[in-house]
Design a protein around this ligand. Structure first.
Ligand SMILES: Cc1ncc(COP(=O)(O)O)c(C=O)c1O
Length: 375
């Protein structure tokens, strides 16, 4: 006898309509399945850098007290972030990754029939989390691979509650400038909360790139600025994200967050990571250098990169309508990249900037794949 299955209509219509997230295969699994000696993962925009030494020490200390529940209010982490970024404690939201913040925004502010607006292709959680609640995601095509903020404003209706601005945008890696965002904030209607997703903030070294906390939150705009410890801080596996916004927005997100979803090791590691600004700067420099190299490699092998890329990944058109064969050929060579059908770009791949060794491996693998394709 099988399990007592529920009828299809038992699942809410909003959930029934979702496509499950397709996770990449773990490196070990790819290695075993394909009999490969070396596999390099350039698929998830993680840094090639490990957690900071102080974070590793904090994690080790936290393991001795894992019989205890974590601090449900994440008090020390919120206090440390408030101090470091010179905002009030009540203006700091935390979540299980920046993804947890997007989930919190959706749950706290969206009802069935409400609308969100975002660019597309962009970070899929904006759309998926809205759809889970029966809200409508209005997706505005990018212009030349960048968020088109005029078109985004044109898509705002009286039903729009949230506008997401992904800057730099995942998957294209491009940014909007201060002048563009200034003009956007001048014009965005008051009934809208803008979520400015700066998950890759620390990587960007461009004088025209604005700091959302300083330039929009502090100047009184209705904005939630989102950041994460997953990228440059090397803590993707622990899941810590945060946001800065008005106390009302932060309180509402706190109400829908599951009390213990920021585990004790994650909180301790995040606090310990905040002091090492030199290492953040060093990582950003290494990344910028290697990003240039990845662009050069991809273009030399005939892919067309969208740019300028300012984060730790590069978006490239494969030249075919379907990039999946290229993705699979690279996989057989031991390089995992991200095919972008789920982001609405079936002909493109996204390649995370790896270590110098990872990127050299990509170069060789792509060379073999392209040679084989030429016959
Ligand atoms: C633009 C953007 N926002 C948010 C996230 C979520 O990051 P995390 O949940 O790991 O903090 C990502 C992850 O890749 C992203 O690219």
């Amino acid at each position: 006898m099988g399990p007592a299955e529920v009828p299809d209509e038992f699942v809410t219509p909003a959930v029934a309509g979702l496509t499950p997230y397709e996770p990449g295969k773990p490196v070990e699994e790819v290695q075993r399945e394909l009999g490969l000696e070396r596999v390099v993962k350039l698929a998830s925009n993680e840094g090639p850098f490990p957690p900071f030494p102080a974070a590793l020490a904090a994690i080790e200390r936290a393991t001795h007290e894992l019989n205890r529940y974590p601090d449900g209010g994440a008090y020390r982490l919120r206090a440390a972030l408030a101090e470091r970024f010179d905002v009030a404690f009540e203006e700091v939201a935390v979540g299980a990754g920046a993804d947890g913040i997007v989930d919190g925004v959706s749950q706290a502010f969206l009802d069935a029939g409400d609308e969100i607006v975002c660019g597309w292709p962009s970070f899929p959680s904006y759309v998926i989390d809205a759809a889970k609640l029966g809200a409508t995601a209005v997706r505005v095509p990018l212009t030349d691979g960048r968020y088109d903020l005029d078109a985004i404003l044109g898509a705002v209706t009286p039903r729009t509650k949230v506008v997401y601005v992904c800057n730099p945008n995942n998957p294209t890696g491009t940014m909007n400038t201060r002048a563009e965002l200034d003009a956007y904030f001048e014009r965005v209607p008051e009934h809208v909360l803008t979520v400015l997703d700066q998950a890759y903030f620390e990587y960007v070294d461009d004088a025209d790139y604005p700091d959302g906390i300083e330039e929009y939150h502090r100047r009184g705009h209705r904005v939630l600025v989102v950041r994460t410890f997953s990228k440059i801080y090397g803590l993707a596996g622990l899941r810590v994200g945060w946001g800065v916004g008005s106390p009302g927005v932060v309180t509402a997100i706190g109400k829908v967050r599951r009390a213990f979803d920021l585990n004790a090791a994650a909180q301790a590691a995040a606090v310990a990571s905040l002091d090492d600004r030199d290492e953040v700067a060093r990582r950003a420099r290494v990344n910028a250098e290697q990003r240039g190299r990845v662009v050069e490699i991809l273009e030399r092998h005939g892919l067309a990169c969208v740019g300028p890329a300012v984060a730790n990944f590069v978006y490239a058109e494969s030249g075919d309508d379907d990039a999946r064969p290229l993705f699979e050929a690279l996989l057989r060579e031991g390089v995992i990249v991200r095919p972008l059908a789920g982001f609405g770009a079936p002909g493109a791949i996204r390649v995370t900037v790896g270590s110098p060794e990872d990127n050299a491996f990509l170069d060789e693998a792509l060379g073999r794949v392209r040679a084989a394709a030429r016959g």
